[in-house]
Design a protein around this ligand. Structure first.
Ligand code: F3S
Length: 424
């Protein structure tokens, strides 16, 4: 662990480094005081949420601009979460010019602070990947879960302003998940049923998040052969959405699991236990006029929450090649991967124009109600969790193959609560 660097923080708090940095230091110091931190710890990187103009509005923009006017600048690698639209293809996707111009002001304000406009929630796939044991200050709950659990880096579940303040100072308070004693499991989850597909991992994640809240689970019973990075990403994103799980351990899979298993075996810790005997189906979220036995007509199929890797996008393109589509499909990924794919004639050959590889945004943070979309099917537990309360939308949660079939047919059978355990 790094030694607390009080001199550096004192200097920033004094205003010697400018008023922008002083404001950031005050945020970090206030949080450290609230959480009774053991001093401060220097960080390697930051991932900053709160980027969509839809969410931060003029007030957030003014805050960013005040930091920039005060001379603040990121002191570590700092990357941005998705914003409210695709910065290149916003017109093609139907976003308004006024929203684009406001979103661009937000991106420019972050750029003025030295924050990279990566606009992806999976920066660890390329731009910003911390190492095991490194301290970071990340917001974006799915990314926090991934770097803590699958990589073994250390971050608390930061809000966007706190992650930004950490980037501008290079420090965060030394409390919570930065301390090894807080990374031990409080609950053992024994999974006694098959969990095999991306969809299964997302559904189990939704179930566990609701039961666990913000506790740290030690999960047993998962087949290590299906604990791929993609499936673990889906599990963590869903647990972080329906609960507030920032760290999980999977027996014989994740990097800290062996140490945690020994603590449990030796009786050094005594977590409670949850048994999971079946995967529960998630009820379709349908407007009243769509209840019934018929299928739901689909406007938009959404894949890529969290943002897909290049290979995941390619796998979907392969399934869509040569097919005529009746619904638009958005496949969300990082801008770098999108650009590489759009320049790859073989990858893009023989695809219906309704196939849209999108970057910089996602269905949750974009102003979806302004796009005239009334029905969505997604394979993401997290996206389903956030969209199902939108009273203007019919929202269905299905496995990847059913989503792809929906893009082709333009319809999804309404199955209600049953029959959702499917193979990807
Ligand atoms: Fe990423 Fe948006 Fe999902 S930010 S994790 S694609 S809700």
């Amino acid at each position: 662990m790094d030694e607390p660097n009080l001199d550096a923080m004192d200097l920033m708090l004094s205003g010697e480094s400018g008023t922008g940095t002083q404001i950031a230091a005050e945020i970090i110091a206030a949080l450290a005081k609230v959480f009774d931190a053991n001093g401060f710890v220097s960080i390697k990187s930051s991932q900053i949420s709160g980027v969509s103009f839809k969410n931060i509005g003029e007030a957030g923009l003014e805050f960013l601009e005040s930091l920039r006017a005060g001379g603040a600048r990121s002191r570590v690698m700092a990357t941005l979460n998705p914003c409210g639209l695709d910065l290149d293809a916003w017109q093609e996707l139907g976003f308004s010019e006024s929203f684009y111009l406001n979103q661009k002001r937000v991106i420019d304000a972050y750029g003025g602070l030295g924050i990279d406009a990566t606009c992806t929630c999976t920066p660890y796939l390329w731009e910003n990947c911390p190492g095991f044991g490194e301290h970071v200050a990340w917001s974006e709950s799915s990314a926090i879960s991934y770097v803590n659990s699958v990589i073994g880096a250390k971050t608390n579940r930061e809000g966007g302003p706190a992650a930004l303040a950490a980037a501008l100072t290079g420090y965060t308070g030394n409390y919570g998940l930065h301390l090894d004693e807080n990374r031990v499991p409080g609950v053992i989850v024994n999974i006694n049923c098959p969990v095999e597909s991306y969809f299964d991992f997302g559904t189990i994640g939704l179930m566990l998040g609701k039961q666990i809240g913000k506790d740290v689970p030690f999960i047993t019973g998962l087949d290590s052969n299906v604990c791929t990075p993609e499936n673990l990403r889906q599990l963590g994103a869903a647990m972080a959405a329906s609960g507030a799980v920032a760290l999980y351990h999977v027996e014989e899979v994740t990097p800290e699991a062996r140490v945690m298993a020994a603590l449990i075996k030796n009786g050094d810790i005594t977590p409670s236990t949850i048994e999971i005997d079946a995967i529960e189906g998630m009820k379709d979220a349908l407007p009243a006029n769509m209840e019934g036995d018929g299928g739901a007509p689909i406007d938009l199929v959404f894949l890529g929450c969290p943002h897909y890797s290049r290979q995941e996008v390619l796998d979907v393109l392969e399934q869509l090649r040569g097919k005529d589509l009746k619904a638009t499909i958005w496949i969300a990924t990082a801008r770098r991967f999108k650009q590489e794919l759009l320049e790859d004639a073989q990858a893009m050959a023989d695809l219906d124009p309704r196939v849209k590889i999108i970057s910089d945004t996602c269905i949750v943070v974009c102003p979806i109600d302004e796009l005239g979309i009334t029905s969505v099917v997604t394979n993401s537990g997290k996206a389903f969790f956030y969209l199902e309360n939108n009273e203007h939308l019919a929202v269905l949660y299905r496995d990847t193959n059913t989503c792809i079939d929906a893009a082709i047919s333009g319809i999804v059978a309404i199955t209600g609560e049953e029959g959702l355990h499917a193979q990807d």
